[in-house]
Design a protein around this ligand. Structure first.
Ligand SMILES: NC(=O)C1=CN([C@@H]2O[C@H](COP(=O)(O)OP(=O)(O)OC[C@H]3O[C@@H](n4cnc5c(N)ncnc54)[C@H](O)[C@@H]3O)[C@@H](O)[C@H]2O)C=CC1
Ligand SMILES: C[N+](C)(C)CC(=O)CC(=O)[O-]
Length: 480
């Protein structure tokens, strides 16, 4: 089992711990705060509820979490050490020295620093080439971006190994070409924050109105296309050059106050804190985190369909996860129930049982080779009939596993029986579904390719010896 050491287990360290644990790594935490175990436990509960929902395949079994008061114990077996102590250079230097006295020489020491350059962190270090900036985004267990910043003293091999390790836990390493204060993203974020502080100080808007200006408009655009691709479209058919000619002059007028910093007087701090309380004080931080996570999962799953932005990272990571063995009943869905799937009755809405079963069918189609490439080449399956039996309630956060049994896989027909199992392994629903293979051009039923037919037959043959599932072939209202 691979081991990560988490040094500093606050907001960011807790998120790193969850990211590694849920990707099957053992995690050792070093943090003097007596509350660290409780805080990490709460972050982990949120992560367990959110991260698996991004995937249509099961993540590896969770690793082991342990807490250590002794640095040697925490780091001596670690492949990856992530430092997330408060943003003070003297503290980071002190803690890196202690880490390097006990760490394996080939372990990577990533720092979560939001602003320090790697060369600053490496000053006076015992093994400078081991230290690299690995700057993540909150929540670390869901957001894939990690800015990986080497200095001139960082060997290329370290950057490459760091990049590969972070990719293997579902992250998107962005290697920053030249070290600079605050890397790339925090420079952008600080510029927006500084301008926002001025707009509030000058009474132009409240914190809520400023957030509205982001979330109802450009915030939605940025998640999928960023700044420059979005502006390319804004230039119309004439593209980027036209856009720059039209809006370039505004930079000189100027519209913004970016280089000034409003003074952090008690008055300004109180104004912002009271507006923020009025905006969001009715919810606890953990409730806000869960709302944020559910929204992020929904948006990231939408991006997964098109492979845009973070969706592309999820697809690549999912492709690295192992497929279940074809001889067993294949697991076609393994996920948690998001809050957005529940309804006014406080449980999973009936439509979502069918949605989950449709995900299982999509996954099974991929398993037999009917994937996006095959569909683009002109063949696919259409569902012609489904029967759902609702047997047990499912709730927000419950684990949902779906197994798929092939009742018939012959010619154009594919007859499937999905079992939806809850956290306790109890049957929550069954969905029996009949599909026909189609010629997508002519939009008529047609035989599948030989390869798809052969893979389907392999499953059908393996499942032929199994008993017919209880409930198969039922019709609505039938007596038990
Ligand atoms: N909060 C954020 O949005 C982000 C923060 N970061 C960076 O992550 C780092 C940590 O920030 P947060 O998690 O927000 O801070 P935090 O205050 O939530 O957590 C810091 C943790 O470090 C522990 N700690 C303090 N001294 C320590 C020591 N000597 N040894 C081990 N642990 C010690 C504290 O007990 C605390 O649990 C900073 O460098 C920050 O710039 C990076 C990305 C985002
Ligand atoms: C505010 N911050 C500088 C600590 C923010 C970050 O570093 C990244 C983030 O998660 O927004």
């Amino acid at each position: 089992m691979t081991t990560a050491a988490i040094i500093g287990g606050g907001v960011i360290g807790g998120g790193w711990a969850a990211r590694f644990l849920l990707n099957g790594w053992d995690v050792r935490v070093f943090d003097p705060d007596p509350q660290a175990e409780r805080k990490i436990g709460e972050v982990l509960a949120n992560a367990r509820r959110a991260l698996p929902s991004l995937y249509d395949k099961a993540l590896p079994p969770e690793g082991k979490l342990s807490f250590h008061a002794d640095m040697a114990e925490a780091v001596s077996d670690a492949v990856w050490i992530q430092e997330s102590v408060p943003e003070r250079l003297d503290l980071k230097h002190k803690i890196h020295k202690l880490i390097q006295q006990h760490a394996p020489r080939d372990a990577i020491l990533g720092s979560s620093t939001s602003g320090f350059k790697p060369s600053e962190l490496q000053e006076g270090a015992l093994n400078p080439g081991q230290i690299i900036v690995a700057h993540p985004f909150n929540p670390v267990y869901l957001l894939p971006l990690v800015e990986l910043v080497p200095s001139a003293a960082t060997p290329d091999a370290v950057t490459q190994r760091a990049s590969a390790l972070l990719t293997s836990v579902g992250m998107k390493p962005l290697v920053v070409r030249k070290e600079i204060d605050a890397h790339i993203a925090d420079r952008l974020l600080e510029a927006v924050w500084r301008e926002g502080l001025w707009l509030i100080k000058d009474g132009i808007c409240t914190t809520e109105e400023l957030d509205d200006a982001i979330r109802f408009g450009f915030g939605l655009r940025w998640a999928q296309m960023g700044l420059f691709e979005t502006y390319r479209i804004a230039g119309g058919e004439a593209g980027m050059k036209h856009f720059m000619a039209q809006f370039g002059p505004a930079l000189e007028w100027p519209w913004t106050k970016l280089m000034d910093v409003p003074e952090f007087t008690d008055e300004l701090v109180d104004l912002i804190a009271s507006q923020s309380d009025a905006q969001s004080g009715h919810m606890s931080i953990r409730d806000l985190e869960r709302l944020r996570d559910d929204n992020l999962v929904g948006m990231m799953r939408a991006l997964k369909k098109s492979g845009s932005g973070a969706g592309g990272t999820i697809n690549s990571h999912e492709a690295m996860l192992p497929d279940p063995e074809p001889a067993d009943l294949p697991v076609t869905v393994s996920r948690r129930i998001p809050q957005s799937w529940t309804d006014y009755n406080g449980h999973m809405n009936e439509a979502k049982y069918l949605e989950a079963a449709a995900q299982a069918t999509d996954r099974f189609m991929e398993m037999i080779g009917c994937d996006a490439e095959y569909i683009a080449s002109g063949g696919s399956y259409f569902t012609v009939e489904s029967h759902v039996r609702f047997l047990n309630e499912m709730h927000e956060g419950d684990a949902l596993t779906i197994t798929t049994q092939v009742l018939k896989g012959e010619g154009k027909k594919m007859h499937l029986f999905h079992r939806l199992l809850g956290s306790d392994g109890k049957l929550a629903a069954t969905v029996e579904t009949l599909l026909l293979h189609m010629d997508m051009k002519a939009r008529v039923s047609a035989l599948p390719s030989d390869e798809v037919a052969a893979r389907l037959t392999a499953y059908a043959t393996a499942h032929a010896g199994m008993p017919l599932p209880e409930g198969a072939g039922r019709h609505v209202g039938q007596k038990v």
